[in-house]
Design a protein around this ligand. Structure first.
Ligand SMILES: *Cc1c(COP(=O)(O)O)cnc(C)c1O
Length: 488
C-alpha cells in the first residue's frame, strides 16, 4: 500500500513515511492509493476477536510496511488504558437507536481512540525510516487535543512533546488536566495571548529553517500530532467496523444488514474514517453529518457550496466550532479526483469558497446527509435523553443524537450515534441543560461533583483523580519566547 497526496504530484510514500511526514509537499493530505476490502473471511475472523485484535487486523491492511505482530502488541497496550473491557462499546438506547461510546479513554474524549495508538505508530515509523533523532512534537491546543496528545505520547520511545495553550483560553478543568500531566518526556507551557497566538507561534517555529537546524544539532526533528495525519485517521476506521460486528454478535443486526452512523462533526476526520470503512465494504446506508450552529457542512451537503465567509460562533460543543473541515479534502479526492481537489483547495485558500459540480454533489449525497442542531436544541436533547432513557450525554453527542432521533422517526433504519465525549468533560453545560444552577462551591471540580449528585452517576476516574494531583507546569510566557522554551 502506497500513500499519495490528495492534490496529485509524484510523491509516493510508505505508510511509515506518511505518518512521520504528516502532510504532503504540495500541501495535500496523504491517502492510500487503493482501499482494501473487508472480505467475508476477514469478517468471519473479526467476529471472534477482541477490539485490540480487530484493530491490528484492520490497521495491517493499510500499514502494510508494519510488522503485524508488533501492531498487535501496540494495539494491546494502547487499548488497555480504557475503563471498559471493550474500549468502544455500543449500547442500545431504544428502537433502532444505538450509541457507540468513544470516551472511555484516559482523557474522556474520542481523540484517545487515535492518540493512544498513533504515538506507537510514529515511534515505529522513526525506527523503520532509520531516524536516529528524537521526534519533537509541538502542539497548540484550545483544550482537548493537547491533553489527549500528552497522554498518548507520554513515555513513548524516541519522542518528546510540548503543548502550548493560551493562558486564558481553556477551561479550568482543561488547565488542571494539562498542568498535572505526568511523564518524563512531556512539557506544557501556557502563553500570554489567545489560541491563534499559540497556533501562530507553533507555525512560526515550524517555518523557521534556521531554528530547525539548531534543533537538529541538538538531536531533534520537529513533527506534529495534527488531526490530518494518516496515523490519526487510520485507527478511527476500526471502531466503525467493530461496532457493527458487536451489534451482529449481539443479534441486533443480521449479517449484511445496512445501518446508518450519525457523527458529531468538526474537522471531518471521524466521519471520514467511517466513509473508508463503508468503502471497504461495511454495510452502511448513510452517514448523518451532524453540525452545531457552525453549520458550514450542512450547507455544503445541501448545496455543494463550501463557503467559510460567515460568522463564527462559540457554542457549548466547542470541539465542533470550526469553519475549515480539513479532512473534507480527502472526501473530495475520492469523489472528484486529485486535479479537481487541488483546484478546490486553491479556491478555498484564495477566496474562502468553492463549489463542486452537481454530479459530485449527488455522488456524495448517495451516502451523506447533513443536519445541524442549535444551542437550545442541544441542551433540550441532553434533558430529554436523560429523562426518557436515564442516559447522560455530553453536548457534542447531543448535537448528533438530536439529528439521529429525527432521522429514526422518518425511516425504519437503524442508526448508531457516535458519542465523542464524557458528559463530565462538559459538566457545567450539562448541568445547565438539566436545569441545575452551577453552585461552584467546591473549587475547579465543583461542576463534576454537582453533576454526580444531580444524576446519581459516577465521575470518570481520570477526572476524579485530578483532585489533589501535583501541578507540574505553571506560569505563562510571552509568545516571542516560545522557541527558547523548547530547550527548557
Ligand atoms: C474532535 C471532536 C469532535 C469532532 O471530530 P472531527 O474528527 O474533528 O470531526 C467531536 N466531538 C468531540 C468531543 C471532539 O473532541
Amino acid at each position: 500500500m502506497k500513500y499519495i497526496s490528495t492534490r496529485g504530484g509524484i510523491e509516493t510514500l510508505s505508510s511509515a513515511q506518511a505518518i512521520k511526514k504528516g502532510i504532503a509537499d504540495n500541501g495535500g493530505l496523504f491517502v492510500p492509493d487503493h482501499i482494501p476490502l473487508l472480505t467475508d473471511s476477514l469478517f468471519d475472523r473479526l467476529v471472534k476477536m477482541d477490539y485490540a485484535e480487530r484493530a491490528a487486523e484492520i490497521l495491517s491492511l493499510y500499514l502494510t510496511d508494519y510488522d503485524k505482530a508488533e501492531l498487535l502488541s501496540d494495539c494491546r497496550k494502547a487499548y488497555k488504558n480504557f475503563d471498559t473491557e471493550n474500549p468502544a462499546p455500543t449500547v442500545k438506547l431504544g428502537e433502532n437507536k444505538y450509541m457507540l461510546e468513544l470516551f472511555h479513554g484516559p482523557t474522556c474524549a474520542f481523540k484517545d481512540m487515535a492518540l493512544q495508538i498513533m504515538p506507537r505508530l510514529l515511534s515505529r515509523a522513526l525506527k523503520m525510516t532509520g531516524e536516529k533523532k528524537t521526534a519533537y512534537i509541538l502542539v497548540a491546543t484550545s483544550g482537548d487535543t493537547g491533553k489527549a496528545a500528552l497522554e498518548g505520547y507520554r513515555d513513548v520511545d524516541g519522542v518528546r512533546i510540548k503543548v502550548f495553550y493560551p493562558v486564558d483560553g481553556v477551561s479550568d478543568i482543561q488547565k488542571l488536566q494539562m498542568s498535572t500531566q505526568e511523564g518524563s518526556n512531556v512539557s506544557v507551557q501556557a502563553i500570554e495571548g489567545n489560541f491563534d497566538d499559540a497556533q501562530n507561534g507553533v507555525k512560526r517555529i515550524f517555518a523557521d529553517k534556521e531554528f530547525s537546524d539548531k534543533l537538529r544539532e541538538q538531536g531533534y526533528i520537529l513533527t506534529s500530532a495534527n488531526s490530518i495525519n494518516w496515523g490519526r485517521l487510520a485507527p478511527q476506521i476500526v471502531y466503525y467496523i467493530s461496532s457493527y460486528i458487536d451489534l451482529y454478535n449481539a443479534g441486533e443486526i443480521k449479517r449484511g444488514e445496512q445501518v446508518c452512523f450519525c457523527v458529531p462533526t468538526g474537522n471531518f476526520g471521524n466521519i471520514f474514517a467511517g466513509y473508508l470503512a463503508a468503502r471497504m465494504g461495511l454495510p452502511v446506508k448513510c452517514f448523518i453529518c451532524a453540525s452545531n450552529k457552525n453549520n458550514i457542512l450542512t450547507d455544503f451537503l445541501n448545496t455543494g457550496v463550501y463557503d467559510r465567509n460567515r460568522e463564527f460562533y462559540q457554542t457549548s460543543s466547542p470541539s465542533m466550532d470550526i469553519l475549515i473541515s480539513s479532512n473534507l479534502e480527502r472526501l473530495l479526492y475520492f469523489t472528484a479526483g486529485k486535479e479537481k481537489t487541488a483546484e478546490y483547495m486553491k479556491q478555498l485558500s484564495k477566496t474562502g469558497r468553492y463549489e463542486i459540480t452537481q454530479n459530485e454533489l449527488s455522488e456524495i449525497r448517495k451516502l451523506f446527509v447533513g443536519g445541524f442542531t442549535d444551542e437550545d436544541g442541544t441542551l433540550a436533547e441532553i434533558y430529554s435523553t436523560f429523562k426518557d432513557t436515564g442516559k447522560l450525554i455530553d453536548t457534542h453527542t447531543a448535537v448528533a443524537y438530536r439529528q439521529a432521533e429525527q432521522y429514526v422517526q422518518k425511516t425504519s433504519d437503524k442508526v448508531i450515534t457516535v458519542s465523542t465525549a464524557s458528559p463530565y468533560k462538559f459538566a457545567a453545560s450539562v448541568l445547565t441543560a438539566l436545569h441545575k444552577k452551577v453552585k461552584g462551591s467546591r473549587g475547579v471540580l465543583s461542576p463534576l461533583y454537582e453533576l454526580a449528585d444531580a444524576t446519581d452517576t459516577a465521575i470518570p476516574a481520570p477526572l476524579a483523580s485530578l483532585e489533589g494531583k501535583a501541578v507540574r507546569f505553571s506560569g505563562a510566557i510571552k509568545k516571542e519566547d516560545m522557541p527558547d522554551s523548547l530547550f527548557d
